[in-house]
Design a protein around this ligand. Structure first.
Ligand code: M6R
Length: 617
């Protein structure tokens, strides 16, 4: 599973290789190859004549090349990075590489250090001075600290890595041992490229594929270093690894490789959800800003939530959760309809604006209209420091990583996870549930990444088959009730936008008030069935109404549901608590839309008439 947050590249070369002619240009080209991952800042470091050279800044690679000439970095040991901000806004100081107090150690990092606050505190108490707001900066300072103690750089690096909690791919250079790049990996991709007189480390193969196709995939909990002619690899717990048996020759093109072997970004992003959900949750668990948002919400008179498209479905889900879990009404509205809602808002109210891009114009207009009324605004976004978070009082971030496919997938499930966490925190603050109930709920959320992994594995094949049948249909209904409804709406939107099939979503009980008139023999009706007894009973009635008219029934439901036999095509998901329904039940719908588009020969990454970010009203 590949981690689309930040890009790392580094190499060590002998002075006689073609790379040594202009190491900076090779590094810059490698960074360009990682551009597709998305980033907001970039930087490079090289060890040259005993000194560390660091060039970095906010902006796109070409802009930075013009401003600070990234490619001018010197040395035969160089590292580079494209940063997608998670901790600390995108600016020059927060760009990687991050360095130690003496400017002898430079580190680039992909992932999230969950315990960076404690580590920073520990280091500040020992006199280290920090410059950035990043979680990454603790790493060079830790190495510096342990080097003082052990006087051996690799031991210091290893010791530092042992202190880290979270996910990381790390590359480090230092003037202390100028011919090595030290690396470590946990839950974030890292590969080694083996050349002739040079070796690479990178977060993805395309970064160096032009120079070598012989690769070693670094596994979790592995650590080591490369030189221009050697690789040292060990498992941090069990010791030295004989990597020679793990060398693979890659036969993909660069384009294939940037999708990590997936045919489309959309599929890659669907498959990345376990990682995206885990990073989002662990990011939230260590984010004090959540408490600020909770306190604003608890002191609000009215709460509104707004968004467009998929983000609106996540918003609707939150408003339902707020009623069910907190007994507190939240008013959801579609962002472009803000003019109907802003007149009833006043100071003392709060607006939550949900936008993965943070730039959607409708959502931004709604935000501005509400701000004018003195309303406080909480942003939920996937892009640090984008317009919506910037103009909000408080910003909460999902950590899905950049989403390249136009259809929102991992950003939806991570938004729902964030909003569920927010609701749970609110509930615990107002004593709506006991401390132990709260802990149980959080324990459930911690299982979300694993459940999503299971759903991906258990539903993909059946969905692929179903897609062949669905691809021949012109129209389909997506029906559900209660918390299942936003999921049904999201499933219908996905199918519409990438498979160009008319898909309409309705509350199941409402279908008899009109939509059922279209149902005839073989008309597809998809039911989203949450694992809640009374909803199952009600939905059984709706399934029977549809079947009586000849409809073909597709169901997404728990493997333990009593309704399995009622469905022509049951898509069974692992049984769990209803709170996890958006994760277990949405993923098969994303896959269904994806495979239906593929069967129809469409490009799911670039649906017609749509843009990833809609910045016109
Ligand atoms: O960036 P945002 O979350 O604000 O985008 C909102 C919608 O434009 C977006 O969700 C759109 O509906 C997607 N294409 C859905 O897959």
């Amino acid at each position: 599973m590949f981690h689309l947050v930040c890009g790392i590249i580094g190499f060590c070369t002998l002075s006689k290789t073609p790379l040594a002619q202009s190491p900076g240009s090779v590094l810059f080209k490698g960074l360009k190859r990682l551009e597709y991952r998305g980033y907001d800042s970039a930087g490079v470091a090289g060890v040259y004549q005993g000194k560390l050279i660091v060039l970095k800044g906010k902006g796109k690679l070409d802009e930075l090349e013009e401003k600070i000439r990234l490619s001018s970095v010197r040395g035969y040991t160089v590292i580079g990075h494209t940063r997608w901000a998670t901790h600390g806004i995108p600016n020059d100081v927060n760009a990687h590489p991050q360095t130690d107090c003496r400017n002898e150690i430079a580190v680039v990092h992909n992932g999230i250090i969950q315990n960076y606050r404690e580590l920073r505190q520990f280091l500040v108490e020992r006199g280290h001075v920090f410059e950035s707001d990043t979680d990454t900066e603790v790493i060079p300072h830790l190495v510096e600290e342990f080097y003082r103690e052990f006087n051996d750089l690799y031991t210091a690096f290893k010791q530092a890595i042992k202190m880290l909690k979270g996910s990381y791919a790390i590359a480090m250079v230092s003037t202390i041992e100028p011919d090595k790049i030290f690396f470590a990996r946990k839950d974030s991709p890292l590969v080694i490229g083996l050349g002739n007189g040079y070796n690479f480390v990178a977060s993805d193969i395309p970064a160096f594929l032009e120079y070598t196709n012989r690769v070693i995939i670094v596994y979790d909990d592995e650590i080591g270093y490369i030189t221009s002619t050697n690789v040292f690899l060990e498992n941090i717990g069990s010791g030295v690894v004989d990597w020679s048996k793990r060398v693979r020759v890659v036969e993909w093109s660069i384009e294939d490789a940037s999708k990590s072997g997936y045919p489309h970004y959309m599929l890659k992003e669907i498959m990345e959800q376990p990682r995206a959900l885990r990073d989002t949750l662990y990011g939230l668990l260590s984010d004090v800003v959540v408490d600020e948002a909770v306190s604003i919400l608890l002191n609000s008179r009215k709460v509104f939530i707004t968004a467009a498209g998929t983000s609106f479905h996540a918003s609707l889900y939150y408003s339902l959760l707020s009623s069910i879990l907190l007994g507190k009404p939240v008013i959801p509205f579609i962002a472009s309809e803000y003019m109907v809602y802003s007149p009833i808002a006043s100071s003392g109210d709060t607006l939550i604006v949900v936008s993965q891009s943070g730039e959607t114009i409708d959502s931004l207009m709604a935000l501005r209209a509400f701000k004018k009324k003195g309303v406080r605004v909480i942003a939920v976004s996937n892009v640090v420091d984008s317009a919506i978070p910037r103009e909000s009082d408080v910003a909460l971030y999902t950590r899905a990583g950049p989403e390249i496919g136009v259809a929102a997938t991992k950003t939806f499930t991570t938004q729902v996870l964030l909003l569920t966490f927010l609701a749970l925190k609110q509930g615990s603050s107002i004593g709506r549930f006991s401390e132990s109930e709260y802990r149980e709920y959080i324990g459930l959320l911690k299982k979300v990444p694993e459940f999503s992994r299971e759903v991906l594995a258990s539903t993909e094949d059946i969905v692929k088959e179903l897609a062949k049948w669905l691809s021949r249909k012109k129209s389909i209904y997506y029906l559900s009730r209660g918390i299942g409804l936003p999921i049904a709406m999201e499933g219908a939107l996905k199918l519409k936008e990438i498979a160009y099939i008319h898909a309409e979503s309705y509350p199941a009980g409402e279908s008899k008030h009109g939509p059922i008139a279209l149902v005839e023999k073989d008309f597809p009706v998809l039911f989203v069935i949450p694992p809640i007894d009374y909803l199952e009973e009600l939905l059984l009635g709706n399934i029977q109404e549809m079947k009586a008219r000849g409809a073909t029934i597709i169901c997404v439901l728990s493997e333990k549901s009593n309704l399995i036999d009622q469905c022509h095509y049951p898509i069974k998901t692992p049984h769990t608590h209803w709170l996890l329904t958006p994760f277990t039940h949405t993923i098969p719908l994303q896959l269904l839309a994806y495979y239906t588009a593929v069967v129809k020969g469409l490009d799911p990454d670039k649906p017609r008439n749509l843009a990833k970010t809609v910045t016109v009203e």
